[in-house]
Design a protein around this ligand. Structure first.
Ligand code: CAA
Length: 263
């Protein structure tokens, strides 16, 4: 189903049942994101979305040095203001798509996650990092602002004052510091990161896909609502989940003391 010829800058593989691995594959430029890479990632997301058996999308970078060292500076150095805005919108659209995808998206950050790389990781549902990972928004060194959501998502994740410090100094955070600040869920030695990511993905893939989809929607949409309306939405989707085959299977399995098979 996947035609490897379609992509030059990324790899997309179904590594286990329902588990897709998207690798940004430009190691010579530390996996920097240019327009073509964003477009290929967008097409890869469409491929994953079209597979009704897809359960988890893992995203990582090629090589041992970088997840993504940012938007491609060579590409950006020739852009006009309007082209710069269009480039930002391109990345924003893709990252929002990942954030609202009906399956969990997990970043496996295996090295530098700077600028657009940190922004990509932050649009995933959560982040697992290798011990050599570095996170930062160094755009102030280049005379530009972040453009793929960094000012907004970093602030929501680590709070306004810490986000401001990171944004105005452009300093890097180690994986350990990123974990302390709530940006990263777990840190592993570099050689174990993929294996740990696959283990976690297999665990997720065995759960109810519809329950996970509704849960993700509640978490994502609820953040922009007041608590009363967010709780109403939760009651609504809880009720909706009672109409699904997964509810019938999950509850029957519990009552029959067997493992559920969500298909
Ligand atoms: N864009 C284009 N090329 C990049 C790149 C990027 N973001 N990051 C690294 N590269 C290239 C380098 O130019 C170099 O290419 P050559 O071998 O042809 O010279 C190659 O990758 C290896 O990089 P270095 O030699 O610099 O490796 P290093 O180990 O000395 O340093 C680094 C690693 C600290 C990550 C350094 O490469 C660096 O600072 N990169 C830029 C990081 C950055 O500023 N990112 C933000 C970009 S702006 C952005 O992302 C805006 C947005 O929000 C959308």
């Amino acid at each position: 189903m996947l035609d490897p010829e379609t992509f030059n800058n990324i790899l997309l593989e179904q590594v286990r049942d329902g588990v897709y691995l998207l690798t940004i594959n430009r190691p010579k430029v530390l996996n920097a994101l240019n327009a073509q890479t964003l477009e290929e990632m967008n097409n890869a997301v469409s491929t994953v979305t079209a597979d009704k058996g897809a359960r988890v999308l893992l995203i990582t970078g090629s090589g041992e040095k970088a997840f993504v060292a940012g938007a491609d500076i060579a590409h950006m150095s020739n852009l006009s203001p309007l082209e710069g805005k269009a480039f930002a919108e391109h990345g924003m659209h893709l990252f929002r798509r990942l954030e609202t995808l009906g399956i969990p998206v997990v970043a496996l950050v295996n090295g530098y996650a700077l600028g657009g790389g940190c922004e990509l990781a932050m649009s995933c549902d959560f982040i697992l990092a290798s011990d050599n990972a570095k996170f930062g928004q160094p755009e102030v060194n280049l005379g530009v602002t972040p453009g793929f959501g960094g000012t907004q998502r970093l602030t929501r994740l680590v709070g306004t004052s810490m986000a401001m410090e990171l944004l105005v100094t452009g300093r890097n955070m180690s994986a350990e510091e990123a974990m302390q600040r709530g940006l990263v869920n777990h840190v592993y030695p570099q050689p174990q990161l993929l294996e740990e990511g696959l283990k976690l993905a297999s665990m997720i893939a065995g759960k109810s896909g519809t329950a996970i989809q509704l849960t993700k929607e509640l978490v994502q949409r609820g953040q922009d609502l007041d608590l009363d309306n967010a709780c109403i939405m939760e009651s609504d989707l809880f009720g909706l989940s009672f109409s699904t085959p997964d509810r019938a299977e999950g509850m029957a399995a519990f009552l029959e003391s067997r493992k559920p098979n969500f298909g």
